[in-house]
Design a protein around this ligand. Sequence first.
Ligand code: HEC
Ligand code: HEC
Length: 392
Amino acid sequence: MLGLAGALGVSALHAAAAMPMDWTPSERARIAAHGPWPPAPAPDRSNRVSGQSAAIAFGQRLFFDGRLSAGATVNCAGCHQPSRAWTDGRATAQALAPGVRNTQTLVNLPLQRWFGWGGSSDSLWMASLRAIVDPREMGASVAPLARRVRQHPDLSCAYRQVFEQAPPADDDLLAVDIAKALAAFQETLVTARTPFDAFRDALLRNDHEAMARYPAAAQRGLRLFVGRGNCTLCHGGPNFSHGAFHDTGVPFFTRRGEVDPGRHVGLREAQASPMNLLGRFNDDASRDTAIATRHARLEHRHWGAWRTPSLRNVTATAPYMHDGSFETLRDVLLHYSDLPEERLHADGERLLRPLRLSPAELDDLLAFLRSLDGDAPLPDLNARDPLQARCP
Ligand code: HEC
Ligand code: HEC
């Protein structure tokens, strides 16, 4: 009898121990590639003030400063609202005029190589300058912006502290430097660790107790994400985006029936601009940082292709896609489930197939996506401002 009870006890134990999912070596490798988090900070070599505390403080001030816009009415935070995960909750942006694209979040940007949905900028500072001069966003021009920085004592004082020289007479140079301070600030916006990160690290350590804290539904969703769903192919790496451009069958017609060609116009703009990394404003004298800009080639498949968004914190950044056409994550997943195959380019992506998710699978994927929530950072308004003493 005792023997039987003992045997039962042992098999019950085995059953409990067998409950956790077994992960194959290839699943483990794919999951491992989604970390570690946070990434090691690496200064942007194209920006000589990247990572410097005075530049970060100046950038934070500028981010909330309407004087960068044409009528001194719009600031960056009007659309990239800190309390809304640095987006605006709208389908498409609206400031001086209605835009056709969804406002991107600004977190984890040092991990990207191209900026904007179509990658029309090849550096974070170029993207920041684009926002200032875009007529639908802040509508400023470089010359009046530069004049304002020279004329307003607080701005010119801060400029001097950060760049260790008086604001230059060269308008373009001064405007780019302002954008570089904005970039230095935005680089600090890194999302916190998530339940997924804790699970990933536990999996690598074979720490079953810690792994068991990750909800079973999220584990099943993760298996789908790295397996049958093939999501990792594009949403790969620690930032859940390889930063590449793809067509996922979202129409490239805007609400007004015009065409938004996405990467096709983005790459042309980036390569044609004097503000790109090949130009005179790149602080990396070797121009190693410009290799991608020099070698990228325009291809037909770039029509209607968009930069793969990061999925960190994705629950906080609705609505979704470049045109904000999906209100909820469930809508996005239903899109992947029923993908309109005839909409995908004939010569384009062969990466996507309709997934035909069951309702349970859909819930599992949602549980997994929710496990990528790590708080978006808020600006630390109480932090000591290193500019305060000299430029109040
Ligand atoms: C009218 C709303 C609006 C304002 C104001 C605005 N932005 Fe944006 N921002 C957007 C939209 C929309 C996009 C996507 C643009 C695109 O795809 O071309 C974007 C994209 C960006 C990106 C690229 C992010 C990425 O993931 O690649 C950066 C960086 C950025 N904005 C910074 C700024 C800064 C800095 C300011 C202030 C100087 C600013 N924005 C002001 C709406 C706005
Ligand atoms: C072929 C590359 C590719 C694959 C595979 C892929 N995605 Fe995407 N994903 C993208 C691109 C590109 C976008 C943006 C499309 C747009 O803006 O129109 C996107 C958008 C999203 C969004 C919206 C994010 C936002 O901020 O707007 C979510 C969520 C998402 N994908 C989840 C998934 C999941 C889950 C899978 C697997 C079932 C998956 N993706 C497979 C490339 C891909």
